[in-house]
Design a protein around this ligand. Structure first.
Ligand code: NAD
Ligand code: FE2
Length: 389
């Protein structure tokens, strides 16, 4: 009998899903004796009726909230340091991240820096955080990064123009909350960017060299739900079943990639964010089809399964046909969702050429490309950036 590899699979101890589940967070905190919460969010989210309902319920149940709505874009080291200072001054017992990946990642960084000397840069890479962290709840308002169920944070280090990736089980929240009712106010462009991010997580987890049987289950389920629902959530923002499916799919995709890692698309997407400010989900979207075409020959069965989960080939289709269909399905999805090109996002050929080799080096440095079933050299990465223009 063939030996199987030893695996580890983790999810947060408490995961809340379904309409209005975010309103139950206060009761959970009270049950743990916590009465003062530091809420990290952004001004856009803080203004939504959904956030208002969550904060009102906390107040009604006797949990005081100190709201820090200062995460004004994808988080930077400076934003995290300011949030940490506010957390320390406020004397809260628990950190709540409320928003998309940006506020949740900032909250995770604050929770860790509350119990470790820092700076955050010292923990870049895998498993470098020495101590514990403050209690941490992540409530996602997008569908989405899956940060509520992952062991990662991505914080931009302005000084080095680089998106730092910190990976540690200490970053896995105590409570993860994916409440679809909170996503009803998501603008269509954010629905698309975050939905494609979730699709990329699931796809990359499924083809990753670290894929494992348990992460496969979550990855395939997420791809199915996204293929069936993302277009509807984009065209009809108040389509509740589509929002519910996307909320669950993003969470499943987060669980999948937390336990199987992402690969080449994410490796290439982060430098696009750091150098050109391309939002994370859109960076994934423009790279997804070219990278699928590049990678598929090395894992045709896996890509065939992706195509089948997207509903474009039958489950038993020949692997080569399925692999070609996967890249096509992803391109059509991006077209249907009106994903802008890199040029429309302001990345001209001249601007790209000025930094493309640095970006390729940063991509390789992040370690994610090494998880890809087809390894990529720096020159191949440069070619993929050019192809995605
Ligand atoms: N930690 C992880 O595991 C992980 C995984 C993937 C991505 N990320 C990181 O997450 C960040 C991106 O997060 P994101 O894509 O969720 O975007 P985001 O958090 O930056 O939010 C994007 C915009 O959507 C708005 N918004 C969010 N929820 C809303 C709602 N319910 N209604 C109305 N507006 C709303 C915000 O105000 C903001 O303007 C990046 O920094 C990326 O690197 C982290
Ligand atoms: Fe992502």
């Amino acid at each position: 009998m063939m030996a199987t590899a030893a695996r580890e699979f983790r999810v947060p101890p408490v995961v809340l899903t379904g309409d209005d589940c975010a309103l139950d967070v206060g009761a959970l905190l009270r049950a743990s004796g916590q009465r003062r919460a530091f809420v990290v969010t952004d001004p856009g989210v803080a203004d939504t009726p959904g956030a208002g309902r969550v904060l009102a319920r906390l107040r009604d149940i006797g949990v005081e909230s100190l709201v820090h709505a200062q995460i004004t874009a994808e988080p930077t080291v400076r934003m995290v340091e300011e949030a940490l200072a506010a957390f320390r001054a406020g004397g809260a017992e628990v950190v709540i991240g409320l928003g998309g990946g940006s506020p949740m990642d900032a909250a995770k960084a604050v929770a860790v820096l509350a119990a470790n000397p820092g700076p955050l840069r010292a923990y870049e890479g895998a498993d470098k955080i020495p101590g514990g962290r403050a209690p941490l709840v992540c409530i996602t308002t997008t569908a989405g990064t899956g940060s509520e169920v992952t062991r990662y944070v991505a914080i931009t280090d302005e000084a080095r123009e680089r998106k730092m990736l910190v990976s540690s089980w200490r970053l896995l929240p105590d409570v993860a909350v994916a409440d679809p009712a909170l996503t009803l106010a998501l603008p269509p462009k954010v629905t698309v960017a975050t939905g494609i991010d979730a699709l990329t997580h699931a796809l990359e987890a499924y083809i990753s060299r670290h894929a494992q049987p348990l992460s496969d289950l979550f990855a395939v389920s997420a791809i199915r739900r996204i293929g069936a629902s993302l277009r509807r959530a984009y065209r009809q923002p108040d389509d509740r079943p589509a929002r519910a499916a996307m909320s669950l799919a993003a969470l499943e995709a987060g669980i999948a990639f937390c336990n199987a890692s992402v690969a080449l698309v994410h490796g290439l997407a982060r430098p696009l964010g750091a150098h050109f400010g391309v939002p994370h989900g859109l960076a994934n979207a423009v790279l997804l089809a070219p990278v699928c075409r590049f990678t598929a020959p090395a894992a045709p069965e896996r890509f065939r399964d992706v195509a089948a989960a997207l509903g474009v080939v039958p489950a038993g289709a020949p692997p080569q046909e399925g692999a070609a269909a996967a890249a096509g399905a992803v391109s059509r999805l991006c077209a249907d969702l009106d994903v802008p090109s890199l040029r429309q996002l302001g990345v001209t050929p001249d601007r790209l050429e000025a930094v493309v080799y640095q970006m390729a080096a940063d991509a390789l440095d992040s370690g994610s490309p090494a998880n890809n079933p087809r390894p990529a050299t720096a020159d191949e990465i440069v070619a993929l950036y050019r192809e995605s223009l």
